[in-house]
Design a protein around this ligand. Structure first.
Ligand code: XBP
Ligand code: MG
Length: 230
């Protein structure tokens, strides 16, 4: 049994990407930009982790046109996107994926530590988990590493190395739970075994480096009498 479970947020704890996408699009419209990220475009853009980085990559790649936004304009636009995302999650909610709550409970019962390693901001995790787990949600986690705490976002291993140092545990005694190929690369790069719970946007990524791939975490429950094997 792993001593700690390290959870990704977007796509793993909840299917949040449609709310992110909607927030990006509303922010673009509000800024007078005629950009609109449809689902197929967003799927490609998700190869770039991080909202600010994603906007930069999109702006740089627009057909034959020079980049429109400076880094500080992107930061400002992203701030607006973050507020819109918070509004969407607070008003409409975004449920935890099936099996997540059972996994959190089972981990606690087994004395396993829980941690978070994400590309998104602490603010976004707070909005999401306050809505689903209550305002004291952070007490459930021994360590949290969020996007802007590290220089390089996933697929770089930085956020996982950060969380390992906060947990003070070796990589081999942890298990990362991820939904994307870039998340798998990030955790593997830090030496952590990875379990994949397939999500809407990344279901056809290459997960051959994972120790196990499931459609959702309910597949783990019932694997042993004591609950999930993870
Ligand atoms: C997912 C991401 C994020 C979100 C948007 O990260 O790549 O960038 O799409 O959030 P993870 P921000 O799966 O590691 O949680 O705009 O706050 O970056
Ligand atoms: Mg993810």
């Amino acid at each position: 049994q792993a001593r700690a479970l390290i959870l990704d947020v977007d796509g793993t704890l909840a299917e949040t990407e449609e709310a992110h996408r909607q927030a990006f699009n509303t922010a673009f419209a509000g800024a007078g930009l005629d950009w609109r990220w449809e689902r197929a475009v967003y799927k490609d853009l998700l190869r770039v982790a991080g909202g600010k980085e994603r906007i930069r990559a999109f702006d740089d790649a627009r057909d034959g046109q020079p980049p429109l936004l400076s880094d500080s304009e992107i930061a400002e636009l992203h701030q607006i996107k973050t507020s819109l995302y918070a509004e969407l999650i607070t008003k409409g909610g975004c449920p935890l994926r099936p099996g997540i709550r059972a996994l959190l409970d089972a981990a606690r019962q087994r004395g396993q530590s829980l941690a978070i390693a994400t590309t998104t901001s602490y603010q976004n995790i707070d909005v999401l988990l306050s809505a689903s787990l209550g305002k004291d949600w952070a007490e459930l986690f021994a360590a949290i590493a969020a996007g802007d705490e590290v220089r390089r976002k996933k697929p770089a291993p930085d956020v996982y190395l950060k969380v390992l140092s906060k947990l003070n545990l070796p990589a081999s005694q942890c298990l990362a739970i991820e939904d994307s190929g870039i998340g798998l690369a990030a955790a593997s790069g830090a030496g952590i075994p990875v379990l994949i719970s397939r999500s809407a946007y990344f279901s056809d990524d290459d997960f051959s480096g994972a120790v196990c791939t499931v459609d959702d975490l309910t597949e783990l429950t019932g694997m042993s009498e004591d609950g999930p094997e993870a």
